[in-house]
Ligand binder design. Structure first.
Ligand code: SF4
Ligand code: SF4
Length: 299
């Protein structure tokens, strides 16, 4: 067990079509202060070395910076799953600088290096603001030679298909972003779209849900099972409930055994080894083709 992945709430400044948490500016759900205060204790108690912050836009939580500082003080790596446009939202203009000062690893969605597809999937004007955000991060040292600041980009397909191989696509991204904008990044992570929530409803609407589920099932590769993220990660909802991964969290699919709430982790004695994992049909999204996780392709 290495990672505590915490969903700080569903509020987001974007409303992307594939969003599996149905996030948006109208969402009110946010993690309570008492739960946020428990997180550094849990990290220390379980000797976890990574805190992975997600949402919504995690930076919109009023205690985001406090939590990041506390985790970094413990020597824990912090990942900010950043949508890039948050960096230019009013009131967040100094966010990029804060992330750099704290040595936070930024993982940012950019489903294409061209404007049309990004705006189609993530909203009008998102591409331009994302490029501005990436330039700002580069200027602060992210993904620069010799700098420890890591900036990863996330690719997910626009529709009902598996992502292409990660390495050649990363080379394509690197070339295109450098040529058109002078932008550098550390790595590209390819992630399979999960047929759940908003994305599943969109597919259903187009009559593509069942064919996509079949594509995932037929592309299942057992060798991906050893790398699925639920083996090394605990996912925490904004209410403090525990799940095996963010997808199970969105489906409210929890394990039948083991700790159920964030506070329970303070008394976990066995390092959470050999706990059962709750699985269902959507898990083929992780095991199909090259495999998929929050850290990108598994192969
Ligand atoms: S930026 Fe992320 S959390 Fe926000 S709507 Fe898009 S996919 Fe969902
Ligand atoms: S969706 Fe299934 S296989 Fe993928 S991380 Fe979650 S529990 Fe594991």
């Amino acid at each position: 067990m290495s990672t505590l992945q915490v969903n700080l709430g569903y509020r987001c400044n974007q409303t992307c079509s594939h969003c599996h948490v149905n996030a948006g500016p109208w969402r009110k759900e946010m993690m309570a202060k008492e739960l946020i205060d428990l997180i550094p204790e849990v990290l220390a108690r379980l000797d976890l070395h990574c805190l992975d912050l997600t949402g919504g836009a995690p930076e919109l939580h009023p205690q985001f910076r406090e939590l990041v500082s506390a985790a970094r003080d413990l020597g824990v790596e912090v990942i900010d799953r950043c949508n890039l446009t948050i960096l230019s939202e009013p009131g967040h203009e100094d966010l990029a600088e804060f992330l750099a000062d704290m040595g936070v690893r930024v993982v940012a969605s950019l489903p294409c290096y061209e404007q049309e597809r990004v705006d189609l999937q993530r909203g009008q004007g998102v591409y331009e603001r994302s490029i501005a955000g990436l330039k700002q991060l580069n200027q602060l040292g992210y993904a620069q030679p010799g700098s420890p600041l890591r900036l990863d980009l996330v690719f997910n397909p626009s529709g009902a298909s598996l992502p292409p191989a990660q390495e050649p696509l990363e080379a394509q991204y690197r070339k295109a972003l450098a040529a058109s904008h002078g932008i550098a990044f550390s790595h590209l992570l390819t992630i399979t779209n999960m047929p759940i929530q908003r994305f599943a409803r969109d597919l259903q609407h187009r009559g593509e849900l069942v064919p996509y589920q079949q594509v995932l099932r037929q592309a299942h590769r057992p060798e991906n099972l050893s790398g699925v993220m639920c083996r090394s990660l605990i996912s925490v909802s904004w209410t403090g409930a525990l799940y095996d991964c963010d997808f199970n969290q969105q489906l409210n699919l929890s394990s039948k055994a083991g700790p159920r709430e964030l506070a329970d982790l303070l008394s976990a004695t066995d390092g959470l080894i050999n706990q059962p994992i709750a699985v269902a049909d959507h898990c083929f999204g992780c095991t199909a083709g090259n495999g998929s996780s929050c850290g990108g392709s598994l192969s």
